[in-house]
Ligand binder design. Structure first.
Ligand SMILES: Cc1cc2nc3c(=O)[nH]c(=O)nc-3n(C[C@H](O)[C@H](O)[C@H](O)COP(=O)(O)OP(=O)(O)OC[C@H]3O[C@@H](n4cnc5c(N)ncnc54)[C@H](O)[C@@H]3O)c2cc1C
Length: 529
């Protein structure tokens, strides 16, 4: 069963070793451990629904609670402390396109706000109803989760948009194919959610981001259906897919998506290397991207993330031995870990692997075989569960991410981390911040920073700490040449920073489009724009 107030399945835990809690305590002190609110307490807060009874949706409090919040840190604070805020007034679970169209008609007639909902894994407040006068109906798309067709000759698969990661891959892999889209939220996030937030998966360097995979689909809007044919490519004016990608449920509901698929790779190798410094690792990745070596997943951790990963692994003896060997080889306090994968057809993948290995060695990479890579693969979707454990130890964990040029990537990483730590110091608190790069391009890379800070006893104080950090780090990003989001989207939390990169004219274009498609501002109000 899925946790209602945290990440993942209730039967799965991610224990951290005592050494890890001692490590955190020595760096950032101890957080306040306040018991979680019970489900009953949270449910008791559900106000009476403002929607009339209708068989098209439910107004049951439990369903409304399950759709009230996503996975951002403010969401966690709200859920764990039982201070939910606004609830949707109802939840619909359509199973067909006409049912979705009917819900749109109903919303327009009765002035009901609609929130399209995929897996609810948004980390930016995308699916949260905002307080207001008008009733809110969440449209949960997860019953529309089927593979509609697989065209093997043309490598095209058409899905209903509510299919989750495991559903997409299970139906394709049964026929020898893969989409290759593996965000860390894979267990729950959906194809529609990926498209609506411009998601990037862990293997996106090989398979492409969702915008490279999403070729067409069907969008239900207040003006009817928009069909996007899956052409191989087209020069017929502006590409309307780009309005759906990153649309965040503001102009319509994606009911079907046609995506590019590939035969499943026969060769897959996960491995790791250490570099003497992060700069050495970044240089290796820049060259790999510019020499177009088709890596699968990759993750280059900075020195702090490397050390933290080794400590959190709990493999004390193994890590101790590895440390000794690395020190002896001259890879000391600034050492950085790169975990990578190469996948594909055996001969070409092996060629890529040998090109990559030569390049890593040329950049002073120390190849350490497959065990760390295999461990990464095993825990691929498990690490988010650690957030539950850390919360229970009194710590809040969140991430902030951007993309920028190769030149600016280390600068931005250092400044974002400095802004996070300085913000906490102003409040006489400490934060631990570390960064990795996991998506690379010829022109630059993403910069993904994780931060951990002690929780306060008062949820409002924990929220204030987070707000101050988020503001400071976001301003550093937008003022220093980064995008406000490389992969998580905009939602509520990034909306104040969008104009920095879209310009006043760009913001006007978005607003005009939205006003035209949704004059009553019913579609996911308060998000994105
Ligand atoms: C632990 C964790 C790890 C994550 N890792 C990654 C990662 O590796 N890469 C990454 O890109 N993101 C990641 N995310 C963020 C999140 O998973 C993505 O933004 C994901 O794409 C959201 O998909 P979803 O189905 O859960 O959408 P939801 O959270 O339900 O919705 C997100 C937005 O999409 C809209 N939407 C959803 N479905 C539709 C539809 N059918 N039609 C129109 N609009 C729709 C919603 O209205 C909302 O605005 C992570 C999140 C968590 C909690």
């Amino acid at each position: 069963m899925r946790r209602w107030n945290g990440w993942g399945e209730t039967e799965i835990d991610y224990p951290v070793p005592d050494t890890a809690s001692r490590y955190l305590e020595s760096l950032i002190g101890v957080g306040e451990v306040v018991p979680d609110a019970t489900l009953e307490t949270a449910l008791a807060q559900a106000p009476a629904s403002r929607l009339p009874e209708n068989p098209a949706y439910t107004t049951a409090a439990l369903n409304r609670l399950h759709h009230a919040r996503g996975q951002s840190l403010p969401d966690w604070i709200a859920l764990r402390h039982g201070q939910i805020g606004a609830f949707p007034d109802g939840v619909a679970y359509p199973q067909t396109v006409p049912e979705v169209a009917e819900l749109l008609r109903l919303a327009q007639q009765k002035h009901i706000c609609l929130i399209p909902y995929g897996g609810g894994t948004s980390v930016l407040g995308h699916i949260n109803p905002l307080a207001g006068e008008r009733p809110v109906l969440t449209i949960d798309m997860r019953r529309m989760n089927h593979l509609l067709s697989l065209d093997k000759k043309n490598h095209l698969a058409k899905f209903e948009a509510g299919a989750s990661g495991p559903e997409v891959e299970a139906s394709l892999s049964a026929q020898g194919y893969t989409l290759g889209h593996f965000p860390q939220s894979f267990e729950y996030s959906t194809l529609g959610g990926w498209v609506a937030t411009r998601s990037s998966g862990q293997q996106s360097h090989l398979y492409g981001r969702i915008e490279d995979l999403f070729l067409g689909g069907r969008l239900e809007t207040f003006y009817g259906t928009m069909e996007l044919p899956p052409f191989p490519d087209s020069a017929a004016g502006p590409d309307l897919r780009q309005l759906v990608l990153g649309g965040e449920g503001r102009i319509g509901i994606l009911t079907q998506a046609t995506v590019r698929v590939r035969p499943r790779p026969v060769f897959e190798r996960y491995a790791a290397a250490f570099f003497p410094t992060w700069e050495h690792g970044l240089e290796a990745l820049r060259r790999a991207a510019q020499e177009r070596i088709p890596m699968g997943m990759l993750r280059l951790s900075d020195a702090t993330e490397t050390e933290t990963t080794l400590i959190l692994s709990g493999k004390k003896r193994l890590v101790g031995a590895a440390r000794g060997l690395l020190n002896a080889a001259g890879y000391r306090t600034e050492r950085c870990l790169l975990v990578y994968a190469i996948a594909g057809e055996t001969r070409t993948a092996q060629q890529s692997l040998s090109r990559l290995k030569s390049l890593l060695v040329a950049c002073r990479g120390l190849l350490v075989g497959q065990w760390i890579g295999k461990m990464w693969k095993k825990n691929q979707f498990r690490t988010p569960y650690m957030r539950n454990t850390l919360w229970e130890l009194g710590y809040a964990l969140d991430t902030i991410e951007t993309a920028t040029t190769w030149e600016q990537a280390p600068v931005l990483a250092a400044r974002v981390q400095a802004a996070i730590c300085a913000t906490m110091e102003e409040q006489n608190q400490q934060a631990l911040a570390f960064t990795h790069v996991s998506h690379i391009y010829e022109t630059g890379a993403n910069v993904y920073t994780t931060f951990i800070f002690p929780r306060a006893a008062d949820p409002a104080a924990t929220l204030e700490r987070w707000q101050a950090i988020k503001r400071a780090a976001s301003l550093v990003i937008v003022k220093e040449g980064g995008t406000i989001s490389h992969q998580h989207g905009v939602g509520v939390d990034h909306a104040p920073y969008l104009s920095y990169e879209k310009s006043a004219v760009g913001m006007k274009m978005l607003a005009v489009l939205h006003e035209c498609m949704d004059p009553d501002d019913l579609m996911n109000p308060g998000k994105l724009i």
